[in-house]
Design a protein around this ligand. Structure first.
Ligand code: EPZ
Length: 443
């Protein structure tokens, strides 16, 4: 049931680590992908009626997105676990309330369809993980190219697409070249193009699978989008979409799948990761196989097997836009590399604030040399010791859970609220594999 944000601010995990023993075992199912669900929810704004969603992860970013839709007047009904029914009335509200929109970067994706449908949108400079400066110039420049006017006051943006007499006017189809590949910018202008006048051509688009899945879902509702899965996407503008009787199943979360596979390599005799898409993880799996991790790969499952005395060979990570190595798995993979034999080099190419968590791993005993905001060196396997550590963001938070699992002794991982943004019920799911992990509320 999506809560109204009554997550406890100061919950923490207490984990008694395995001191490098590989004794977890069992099977863990992968949930729906956060980074698809948030954009499919934003797409509701383009529909005249509504639709059903299944396999939606019950996570905080989804709760915030449902709150945004609710505040816009869209009815959001929880049907059963992971299943929602969305009903769209006559929309008039064009303001994304700052106190909610500031909590997630993906609130930006709501601005495109709102502006396209109502000719106006008000939104705050978006929040989300502290992983870098996260500019929004791609969004503002693109909206201006589509004929919108932009006003900014105190970090709040108001965009208008109005006729001379002040009536809402359609956005104009435009050709937009993204100077940086951005998943949310690509998605925002696919959504905006659906209701624009004429043709929108997007170039240097992000290739993450959630982008194509969003476009296919919109086409199912009556949009005319071509080039999905390539770097040039063309959208023919048209009318509101219809979802009558339609249901969309959110794809498996590749980042959750990768994180659990690493947990298996670090701490399990054998771990079965089910309900995943190995074809969404090719760069990650190829790199992991190079280190010597033994895996069996099925159509929608991956089994990690640790033989007695198993060791891993160091390797280099260079994050890259999809289908390259995913930046969201950089932190969990770095924890794994602290247990690999040899020297690993880490190169985070996408975000400039995404290595801060390495200080926490050094505090636990890892041998890491941080060269600059993009590069670090991880040397030889070192035993980690349990510590009290603060998750700086969503993905680093999960990485700390992995580190605490490998460590000897007790760890306290603070800021579980960040982990809740992207992972459902981590403590319960990992406890079921045999990990001694408890969630403690300190309120
Ligand atoms: C999406 O971010 C994901 N977020 C990220 O996941 C993920 O790490 C990333 O894709 C790569 O897969 C969502 O889908 C909500 P950006 P994206 O801020 O690509 C530059 C997580 O943990 N840029 O657009 O939308 C920027 O500097 C999150 O789930 C501009 O130059 O991220 C960066 O180099 C973290 N101007 C690149 O684009 C802009 O206006 C991507 O950054 C916007 C971005």
């Amino acid at each position: 049931m999506w809560n109204n944000g009554n997550v406890k601010e100061n919950d923490k995990f207490i984990i008694n680590g395995l001191a490098g023993q590989k004794i977890l075992k069992g099977s863990i199912a992968v949930n729906g992908a956060k980074n698809e669900a948030l954009k499919i929810l934003a797409s509701t704004i383009l529909f005249r009626d509504g639709f059903e969603l299944t396999n939606v992860p019950e996570i905080e970013d989804v709760n915030r997105s449902l709150e945004l839709l609710d505040r816009l007047g869209i009815k959001t009904e929880w049907v059963s676990s992971g299943q929602y029914r969305l009903t769209v009335p006559q929309l008039t509200n064009f303001t994304l309330p700052g106190e909610i929109a500031k909590k997630l970067r993906a609130s930006l994706v709501f601005a495109g369809p709102l502006l396209a449908r109502l000719g106006r949108v008000v939104f705050p400079y978006p929040g989300g993980c502290l992983i870098g400066k996260r500019p929004i110039d791609l969004f503002l420049d693109g909206f201006v190219k589509m004929g919108a006017r932009v006003e900014e006051t105190n970090d709040t943006f108001e965009l208008f697409s109005l006729t001379e007499s002040g009536q809402p006017s359609k956005l104009r189809g435009a050709e937009i070249f993204f100077k940086n590949q951005s998943v949310t910018a690509t998605e925002t202008f696919i959504l905006a193009g659906v209701l624009a006048e004429g043709r929108t051509i997007l170039k240097n688009c992000a290739l993450e699978p959630e982008v194509a899945s969003l476009g296919e879902w919109l086409n199912q509702g009556g949009a005319r989008i071509s080039g999905l899965g390539t770097s040039t996407i063309v959208i023919e503008g048209g009318e509101l979409l219809t979802g009558a009787g339609q249901s969309h199943r959110i794809m498996p979360d590749r980042i959750e799948a990768g994180s659990f596979i690493l947990l298996g390599a670090l701490a399990a005799a054998e771990l079965m990761v089910t309900g995943c898409r190995p074809d969404h993880l090719e760069a990650f799996l190829a790199l992991l196989a190079e280190t010597g991790v033994a895996m069996e790969v099925g159509p929608d499952w991956i089994k990690v097997i640790n033989r007695p005395g198993q060791t891993f060979t160091a390797t280099d990570i260079k994050t890259h836009e999809y289908p390259g190595f995913p930046t969201d798995l950089q932190a969990p993979f770095a924890v794994f590399l602290t247990q690999a034999v040899g020297q690993s080099r880490l190169f985070e190419t996408i975000f400039e604030g995404r290595l801060n968590y390495l200080e926490g791993l050094k505090f636990m005993g890892a041998k890491i040399n941080i060269l600059d905001v993009h590069r670090a060196i991880i040397d030889e396997p070192t035993p980690l010791s349990g510590r009290e550590i603060e998750s700086p963001d969503l993905r680093a938070g999960l990485a700390y859970v992995l580190a605490a699992t490998v460590a000897s002794g007790r760890s306290i991982v603070h800021n579980v609220k960040y982990i809740d943004r992207g992972y459902e019920d981590v403590s319960q799911r990992l406890a079921s594999l045999g990990l001694d992990i408890k969630r403690v509320s300190v309120d």
